[in-house]
Design a protein. Structure first.
Length: 471
């Protein structure tokens, strides 16, 4: 490897590391959106379904937001407690002891609604029903609201909000129906001259439950969509990986099949090419030819499923019989890209195609091909440099593709990729035991650097993937 190319490779790696604190690019030329703001996360936390015993807004990003439900409910309790006692004493002429007890029973349980709204609702409803029964014998009940006093209606709506944000739709419907049933049952003993508030509480409570329940349902739906999207992404990544492995396996089959066929022909023809061969040697060559034919047949049988018939997206028979490209055809690949309007410069070391084994030769070509395809899709018009060199001392081929940012006047052809690009590169590099380094550059460009050993004898065991990006 030349000193100039080696320094360029190190400089590109330093540039990628220096840009580590910059916004991550999920695709060429597209920046990943940053995390949502504090109020957006607060809105998400408001819709977030909570676990049993978990306070409202427990998932809020800030501490004051997590304490906000306690503060709001405490304000209502502190306000409603004296108001309830005053209303029961002054308007209904209820005894001071009963008024104080009812005021505490109807308001203090609201504090429990932040964490356990259903038990709080049961306690408050029981206290409200008891209060309605006691008000039947009050001296001044006529002309006032009954069975639910104004403080009861206000406090009940606070309960409905807490319930709607935490409980399921089935529970909310049951709470609503029980509230209406309690009011209807009390209506059979309605004192004379009172203003009946059964319908008022029933309608207001139902409206609040519907609004808050819909808000919580939206959060449930968004959470399920996020979970499904995560599962879909995992399945797509797995499917992409399997597709790339299948395609690489089909290509390598052609390479291995060629060499196995050569071994078979050489072993079969050895007795004719070398006359006078002893009988044990003839038998040894015959055994070698038989083993080679058996191995070739086993390999073809194992890869029959991978080959397919071309009807489901496979390469088809014609593609399988086509010769596989290599480093020697990178020049043609670059020329075709330039004709398509993409400015590309190529630096191809002399003799690189001759020293690379078939697997490395094919992998180098495919890496350059996929890198240029990504440039065309995600950074059209960007100046691109392709460098392919080899070092006999270090025993490796270095493939480097670096592109600058897309032209301002050009819009990306694709905003989202299929995820095949870098996955396929990693699989090819892993197969040859090399290393892959990919990532964005500080100036908005992108870098793909692969080291492929000329002797990939160790296979995937020696692979190290330093990719910083995910496609």
């Amino acid at each position: 490897m030349s000193l100039k190319t080696r320094s360029r490779f190190r400089r590109s790696r330093r540039d990628g590391e220096a840009g580590g604190d910059r916004p991550v690019r999920t695709e060429r030329g597209s920046r990943a959106s940053g995390p949502p703001g504090g109020w957006a996360r607060f809105a998400v936390a408001l819709r977030q379904p909570g676990r049993a015993g978990e306070p409202l807004l427990a998932q809020a990003p800030k501490r004051w937001q997590r304490l906000l439900p306690y503060a709001v409910v405490a304000i209502f309790v502190v306000s409603l407690l004296p108001v309830t006692i005053a209303v029961l004493t002054n308007d209904y002429a209820l005894g001071g002891g009963w008024a104080g007890a009812l005021g505490v029973a109807q308001t203090v349980p609201l504090l429990l609604a932040v964490t356990r709204p259903l038990p709080a609702w049961a306690m408050v409803l029981c206290a409200d029903v008891v209060g309605a029964v006691l008000l039947m014998g009050a001296d001044q009940v006529a002309g006032h609201a009954w069975p639910w006093t104004p403080p009861v209606v206000v406090g009940y709506q606070v309960l409905m909000i807490c319930l709607g944000l935490r409980e399921s739709v089935r529970t909310l419907v049951q709470v609503w129906l029980v509230t209406g049933a309690a009011g209807v049952a009390l209506g059979f003993s309605q004192p004379a001259g009172v203003t009946n508030t059964v319908a008022l509480l029933f309608v207001l409570g139902g409206a609040v439950l519907a609004l808050t329940g819909a808000l919580r349902g939206l959060g449930d739906a968004q959470q399920r969509v996020a979970e499904q999207r995560s599962i879909s992404e995992a399945e797509r990544s797995r499917r992409t990986l399997l597709e790339e492995r299948a395609r690489i396996a089909r290509e390598l089959h052609d390479v291995v099949a060629h060499h196995m066929s050569v071994i078979t022909v050489q072993a079969d023809s050895a007795p004719y090419r070398l006359p006078g061969m002893p009988e044990p040697v003839r038998e040894e060559f015959a055994a070698i030819a038989a083993s080679a034919r058996e191995s070739l047949g086993e390999m073809r049988r194992l890869l029959t499923v991978l080959r397919g018939d071309g009807s489901n997206g496979g390469d088809g028979a014609g593609g399988e019989r086509a010769p596989q490209p290599g480093i020697g055809r990178i020049q043609q690949l670059v020329e075709a890209t330039v004709r398509a309007g993409q400015p590309v410069e190529l630096s191809l070391a002399a003799g690189a195609a001759g020293v690379a084994p078939p697997a490395v030769d094919l992998s180098a070509y495919r890496i350059v091909q996929e890198a240029l395809a990504n440039v065309v899709r995600h950074a059209p018009g960007a100046r691109t440099r392709v460098s392919v060199t080899h070092s006999a001392e270090e025993g490796e081929v270095l493939v480097l593709v670096v592109n600058g940012p897309a032209r301002d006047a050009v819009v990306e052809l694709e905003e989202s990729g299929t995820g095949h690009g870098l996955v396929g590169m990693r699989e090819r590099v892993r197969l040859t035991g090399g290393t892959l380094d990919t990532g964005p550059l500080p100036d908005g460009g992108f870098r793909v650097a692969a080291r492929l050993p000329l002797d990939p004898a160790d296979g995937p065991a020696g692979t190290a993937d330093t990719s910083k990006d995910a496609t």
